[in-house]
Design a protein around this ligand. Structure first.
Ligand SMILES: *Cc1c(COP(=O)(O)O)cnc(C)c1O
Length: 384
């Protein structure tokens, strides 16, 4: 079976990104590769393979189903940590496999303590505290009861980490909000330590925090988007670039390239409309290539009459509406094009490039969203 498009994932680019992140954080902190959202669209199994070969031994997932995927793929006995969802009925199996998870409420904590005491196997828990994101995490006024429970059960459960997640570390304009969150985290830490509750590791930083708030680095950083070669925002890029030696280029490299092929060629006469509706009328005689990728494959409808692809090293514009399975692009003056020739949706061809950023801006999606919308069934091919 041959799919209508494929994604190439560059292991070399990943190694470069990890080298750069390592140079920022120093030799000690652990890098946890965040592989939620099907590894930001790159494919969990491909990314586990690539990351382990690059020396990564810690993975973060959002949910238990993703954790199982990492667990099946891992060849190096890497640590796995669940940041979000797990069903209570799966907890015992996760504990037996040594998969750690965030605990942000008393229900989950009690459940973990219960299973650990029954089975004699310590659950590995990361206590998440609320510092301002207001999604998950123990509130400040729950600290006394939490400390008591942790102390009472410190032989039952393994108290792996104390963690939080920053709201807005991707923007320097949120400086005050982030500083307040860091301060609150330290209040929690000091409080627990004073009570005699100690954690094996302390971790708070995502990519943006790691890169622009270095005091958040601590024992481990949870790196998602930067590992895949993207800056969390333009602002983090400029904030960071100014601190790099003069003349330095962007140290992060995109891993992903998205390719398809020409399915069919067609000529359209002046005055004819292309596609559904009448959003595009040919103002001259034009030639089109039909490319078998549409919104059903993650190519947003918002790219109708806007998107660009590369064919024969030239930019070609999408004309008419993006349909479920196909787009039409204007091939201009390109000669000798054949069915089956390569079309680049994201990536380089000849000297030209289509970046995920240009793609996401014209669809008003951020990089994160565009990437995670790439369907799982598009084949991902690792390029060494
Ligand atoms: C997604 C996530 C991260 C990684 O964020 P990036 O901005 O992609 O680096 C880190 N920590 C938590 C809790 C997350 O949910």
């Amino acid at each position: 079976m041959i799919a209508t498009s494929s994604l190439e994932i560059s292991a070399k680019a990943y190694r470069q990104n990890i080298r750069y992140i390592r140079s920022e954080i120093g030799p000690e902190p652990t890098i946890s590769a965040v592989v939620k959202g099907n590894a930001y669209g790159h494919g969990i199994s491909q990314m586990v393979e690539i990351a382990e070969k690059a020396g990564i031994r810690h993975f973060s997932t959002f949910s238990s189903d993703e954790a199982w995927e990492v667990w099946k793929e891992s060849k190096k006995g890497s640590e796995i940590m669940i940041l979000g969802m797990l069903h209570p009925e799966e907890m015992e199996e996760l504990i037996r496999k040594g998969i750690s998870f965030y605990v942000f409420d008393f229900e989950r904590l009690q459940k973990a303590i219960g299973i650990s005491s029954e089975t004699g196997i310590q659950a590995k828990v990361h206590i998440e505290v609320e510092t301002g994101f207001h999604r998950t995490g123990f509130d400040w006024n729950q600290r006394e009861k939490l400390a008591e429970l942790l102390l009472e059960n410190k032989d039952n459960i393994a108290i792996e980490g104390l963690c939080t997640h920053y709201a807005g570390a991707e923007s320097v304009s949120n400086f005050v909000r982030v500083k307040n969150q860091i301060a609150r985290y330290h209040e929690f830490k000091d409080f627990f330590n004073a009570k005699g509750v100690s954690f094996r590791i302390y971790h708070t930083a995502c990519s943006a925090a790691t890169l622009i708030f270095p005091e958040t680095i601590m024992d481990m950083v949870r790196i998602g988007i930067a590992g895949y070669g993207f800056w969390p925002t333009k602002e983090t890029f400029f904030a960071k670039l100014n601190s790099l030696p003069k003349g330095n280029k962007n140290p992060l490299r995109r891993l992903i390239t998205w390719k398809s092929t020409v399915m069919s060629l067609k000529s359209v006469k002046t005055g004819e409309f292309v596609g559904y509706g009448n959003s595009y009328m040919a103002l001259e005689n034009i030639r089109l290539a039909i490319v078998p990728v549409g919104y059903g494959h993650g190519y947003s409808r918002l790219l109708s009459n806007q998107g660009m692809v590369l064919i024969s090293g030239q930019y070609c514009q999408v004309v008419g509406t993006v349909t479920m399975n196909a787009i039409a692009v204007n091939i201009g003056k390109i000669k000798n094009l054949k069915v089956g020739d390569e079309v680049v949706l994201i990536g380089k061809q000849g000297g030209k490039e289509i970046t995920v950023a240009s793609f996401s801006e014209s669809t008003q999606q951020v990089n994160y969203e565009m990437l995670t919308r790439l369907p799982k069934d598009i084949p991902r091919i690792i390029i060494p």
